[in-house]
Design a protein around this ligand. Structure first.
Ligand code: ZN
Length: 88
């Protein structure tokens, strides 16, 4: 089951760091410091997750998808995926 999960500010910071480690860059300006677009991310049944990111540098319209493996999602603190994928 997939579902939306709400991120804390700290988790958003971690997601931004993971994006940097993965080398995610802005297609508009080449900036390498994208931030999560939203407080909510899409969690997958396998434990992974997709995070929509956007560039803070140029505030371009382009969104980038950060795909987290189950291990990365876990590192982000999304350990309860599957049980509570639907946040209240
Ligand atoms: Zn940019």
């Amino acid at each position: 089951m997939t579902g939306k999960v709400r991120l804390s500010d700290q988790q958003k910071h971690r997601a931004a760091r993971i994006a940097q480690e993965k080398g995610l860059t802005c297609p508009d300006c080449g900036g390498s410091e994208p931030v999560p677009t939203d407080d909510e991310i899409l969690a997958h049944q396998d434990g992974g997750a997709d995070v929509s990111m956007r560039c803070e540098g140029c505030e371009g319209a382009s969104e980038m998808a950060l795909v987290l493996s189950p291990e990365e999602a876990k590192a982000l603190g999304l350990h309860s995926l599957g049980e509570r994928a639907q946040a209240p």
